[in-house]
Every structure is written in C-alpha cells, then in structure tokens.
Write a protein of this length. Structure first.
Length: 316
C-alpha cells in the first residue's frame, strides 16, 4: 500500500541556465548550520530535526529526485507537518482536564496558523491527527477542533477552580512559526482569563525542559508524518507531557496487534475521539514549507524537505 502525505515544498534558486556549464570549484568549506547533537539516531523515536537531517541518508525516503532535482514520489507523493501545542499531563495546571478543555475551547486556529506561516497556501485547518491523503484520516470529534468559544472557555476555567496561576508556555524563535503560533495563542488565552508566561528559549533548551515536567504546562513543537498509526508520536506515553491515558494505551496495543486495514481505521477513530475528549495535546493545524538557497550555491544539493549538499560549491 502506497503511503501518501500532503506536500507543498518549494526550493527558490533563480539559477540561470548557464550555471549548468560551470566547472565545479574544488576545496573550500561549505558551512551548514545545525542546532545541536542528535538525541538519538532512531528516526521513529524522535521528532528532533537534527535526527532527520542525519539519518534520512540511511533510511529510504518518502520521495526521491529526478535528474533535474525535482521531487518525485518514492514512498510518498507529498509531505507536510502538524503544528502542535503539547500539554503536560504529569505535573502542573494541565493535569486538570477542565483546564485542558478550556484551552481547547479558547483557540481560534486560523489567526494562530496565519501568524506562523503567513500566506493561506501554507496552512490547512483540519481536525485529524493524520493527513487527508492518508487512509487513517478522520473527522471524528471535529467539533472539538478550532472551537474559539470564549464563553465555554471561561465556564471551564471556573469549573476547574483556576485562580490565575501562570500557565508556562515554552517555545522558541529558532523555529519562528512556533513562537508566532504561541504569541497569538497567548493573546487569545488572556482574553478569556488565562495568565500566560510565554518562555522563549533556544530549541535545545526547550527539548531539555520538556523532559522536566515541573518546569512547564505547554510546549511548542510539530508532529511529522507517520506511516503506521500505531507509531504516531501523538499517542506515545513516553513523549513530552506523558499523556498516558489508560483507554488510549489499550487501543494503541490493539492497533499494533491488528492487521486488517478496516479494523485499524476503526481503532484510529476511537483513538482520535479520546485524543480530543481527554485533550491529549492541541493540534493547531497542518503546515507546508518554503525553503530558499542563495543563487551562488551550485551543484547537487537540496534544502527541502531535508538538507543535503553533495558535490556542491559556491560560485565566486
């Protein structure tokens, strides 16, 4: 069965045709910026970008490239990601389900996503944990996504006994969209009565802080494509925030043991219902990427969706 995910990845080069005739310039240093050491070399066990940047060279990719370095289908036809607000179920204010539901009821996803990604062509509002191009896509519990219901949010905060304690949201400007998403969400939350402490740190610090539940309530990140729904990071008890709902864990075990696609889809839909009812995390929306390279960069390189610079050089 071919796996399909959603894609809008663009590489901006503006290279004249004459560049193809240039002689490669040997030697020198091509500087590629990365954000730190990878926490693991096992792609399915991490959402860290540096893991993908290194290990995609080892694993078969979602798509490959033709002789002109245009992306063509391989394991997938296209690619996108999901912007997420991860909730801390292990410690702090978000261990209260009413608080999580109040957050879920508050957010208006269109301005949040627009702030992070700009043009409407780069965002998609969709309730599913999986992409519309995947067989696991579902609209179950869609009414709990993108509610922007201020009255409901205020009522839930009152029922939660919320006393205006600061809600610590850890985010980063190293992924600019995460900061911008969080900034607009903060404004919306404060409009209904939340007090939000937006903590802007570097990505490495955010990853480290996420492993210390006493330090945060909400954290910014993104979910990547998952071919097998049983492996989706959204369902992992071991992921940031330790969402370890008993019903969810049982269904994930059933999903791993089941091979029939129709029965697996039914399990996925039950999982999504729990995801929204228990507010495992808060999906903000799907997003697409735009990458750019300097026109002086020559050779066989690609910056999107994963970096590589093979036989590349900079023109003088």
């Amino acid at each position: 069965m071919r796996v399909v995910v959603a894609l809008l990845t663009v590489l901006v080069l503006a290279l004249p045709v004459a560049h193809a005739q240039e002689t490669p310039r040997m030697g020198g240093v091509l500087k590629v910026a990365t954000i730190g050491e990878p926490p693991t070399l096992d792609i399915p066990m991490s959402t860290a970008t540096q893991v993908f940047e290194i290990m995609w060279h080892v694993n078969e990719g979602l798509f490959t490239y033709d002789r002109s370095w245009n992306p063509i289908p391989h394991l997938a036809e296209s690619y996108t990601l999901i912007a997420v607000a991860v909730l801390n179920h292990k410690a702090g204010l978000m261990t209260n389900k009413k608080m999580r539901q109040a957050l879920q009821a508050t957010l208006d996803m269109e301005p949040i996503m627009a702030a992070g990604f700009g043009h409407k062509d780069f965002i998609r509002l969709d309730p599913s944990i999986f992409f519309p191009e995947q067989p696991w896509h579902s609209t179950v519990a869609a009414t709990l996504y993108n509610q922007h219901d201020r009255d409901k949010a205020r009522r839930l905060l009152k029922e939660a006994g919320y006393a205006r304690q600061p809600v610590r949201w850890a985010t980063t400007k190293e992924y600019e969209f995460m900061y911008k998403n969080a900034l607009v969400a903060k404004q919306q939350m404060e409009d209904v009565g939340f007090v939000v402490d937006l903590q802007v740190v570097d990505w490495a610090t955010l990853n480290a802080r996420a492993e210390k539940p006493e330090l945060w309530e909400i954290a910014s990140t993104g979910f990547v494509f998952s071919a097998d729904p049983a492996n989706h990071v959204a369902f992992r008890c071991t992921f940031w925030g330790a969402w370890c709902n008993e019903d969810k864990e049982r269904l994930v075990a059933d999903l791993r043991a089941e091979s029939d696609p129709k029965k697996r889809k039914a399990i996925v839909e039950r999982l999504q219902a729990i995801f929204y009812d228990d507010v495992g995390h808060v999906k903000l929306g799907d997003y697409f990427t735009l990458d750019a390279a300097r026109r002086e960069l020559r050779g066989e390189f690609r910056t999107a969706p994963r970096m590589y610079f093979w036989n590349s050089w900079l023109a003088k």
